[in-house]
Ligand binder design. Structure first.
Ligand code: AAL
Length: 417
């Protein structure tokens, strides 16, 4: 009995102590939050003694600025060979670079309808991005494009890229051009793993030399459950990139090469109303690798296609489509630890963006690279075409005809009233 009494009182002391500790922690957190009168006024908070969870988050925001806010306009069709063509898939454009007085873009190209996974995956085309090769086109004005031909073809039967090479990015470094892209080996099953390949050339017109082996592969610590072709059935999910490494983009940064990529996890879930997609980075001393995945991966908790660019001495990222932080601009001074810096209006938001690398991104306008560029649209499930996007920066909020905070009168505005 004595023993029980002793145990109960010890338990009580522990509970009281841990409750106290919790209160203490909350208190410390509140104290760390700087609650100035100016902040309370700016955020319109009624009573500083009754802060809602949302008000606490607002007061705790690290960055409150307008440099990172953009509004996209409706996309416009391209002319010439990149105009929509029934029966042809052209999608996932690379960044655009300018060489020999012309814009260059690379993209995934395939023909014919997709049958999905219901049929014969050995013979069918399962997705619009299945059975693709990488093609390229040039343009003087960015509107009318000439398709120049294939740049990188699928590999020979039995090679790691024998089924599809797709979703490509371009990097120019020290007079060499590098294309990095996704690869699939046949058969294209639901559980097939995707890797990343690399090709290089002395000229943007090729010829391209392909890496013999992939430069990036999925983490191998997931375990499928059973043998049925079902990607949601797992014994163990493994890392965020245990199934696929996608959307590669290499950026020279701080004397090294940062390969940003999208990971797909075995047993992927739907979270926050979107797919459970996250980004990672792998770093190399040389453009051709070896690329070593960062210990900090994943470096995003949201997003889909990779869209990264250098600005303000760091790397910025546009997070689209999936996850709680979708439609945000993020920035990492070290290229790894990204913080939200601004939001993007959801309307007209392009996906699978090919950044216009001919535009600058100065510190006082870090999203300027989005003034115009390329993206793709789904004309229908089978066929996609490349389109031109444009956007404008939004730093004020004023109705047509009214005077802005800066004192100018807006005659033409997209702003909400
Ligand atoms: C895109 C990209 C990758 C996927 C497919 C084609 O959104 O994430 O490229 O494999 O869809």
């Amino acid at each position: 009995m004595k023993k029980i009494k002793y145990t109960l009182s010890t338990l009580l002391v522990i509970i009281l102590f841990s409750c106290n500790e919790k209160v203490e922690q909350n208190h410390i957190q509140d104290e760390a939050m700087e609650i100035t009168d100016e902040k309370l006024d700016r955020f319109g908070i009624t009573n500083r003694d009754y802060l809602s969870a949302a008000s606490k988050r607002a007061l705790d925001w690290k960055y409150v600025e307008n440099d990172w806010y953009r509004v996209f306009k409706p996309m416009q069709p391209l002319k010439g060979d990149l105009a929509y063509e029934e029966g042809v898939v052209r999608r996932d454009p690379s960044a655009m670079i300018k060489e020999n007085g012309k814009y260059y873009v690379w993209y995934s190209k395939s023909t014919g309808e997709s049958q999905g996974f219901g049929g014969d995956v050995e013979k069918d085309k399962v997705f619009p991005w299945d059975r693709c090769d990488i093609w390229y086109a040039t343009s003087v004005d960015g509107w009318t494009w000439k398709e120049e031909g294939p740049a990188v073809l699928r590999g020979e039967k039995g090679s790691y890229d024998d089924r599809s090479v797709f979703t490509v990015e371009i990097m120019k470094h020290d007079d060499l051009y590098y294309l990095c892209y996704q690869t699939v080996k046949s058969p294209y099953t639901v559980r097939v793993k995707n890797q990343v390949g690399l090709a290089w050339s002395k000229s943007p017109n090729g010829p391209w030399t392909k890496s013999e082996e992939p430069i990036l592969s999925p983490a191998d610590n997931g375990v499928w459950k059973g043998t049925e072709q079902n990607r949601f059935m797992v014994e163990k999910k493994g890392d965020f990139d245990s199934h696929k490494v996608h959307d590669p983009c290499i950026i020279p940064f701080k004397g090294k090469f940062y390969l940003y990529y999208k990971g797909e996890q075995m047993g992927e879930e739907i979270l926050f109303g979107g797919r459970q997609i996250r980004h990672g980075v792998a770093v190399a001393d040389n453009p051709k690798g070896p690329y070593v995945k960062s210990k900090y991966n994943p470096i995003s908790n949201s997003g889909h296609e990779i869209c990264v660019w250098p600005t303000s001495g760091g790397i910025a990222s546009l997070i689209t489509t999936d996850g709680p932080e979708r439609n945000t601009f993020q920035f990492a001074e070290d290229g790894v630890n990204f913080e939200i810096r601004g939001a993007v209006k959801g309307a007209n938001m392009p996906h699978a963006i090919g950044i216009n690398r001919t535009l600058d991104a100065p510190a006082d306008n870090p999203t300027q690279v989005f003034e115009w560029g390329l993206s793709h649209v789904y004309n229908n499930w089978n066929y996609q075409s490349i389109m031109r996007f444009s956007s404008e920066r939004k730093t004020s909020h004023v109705a047509k005809g009214a005077v802005s905070a800066k004192g100018d009168k807006k005659e033409d505005t997209q702003d909400d009233n």
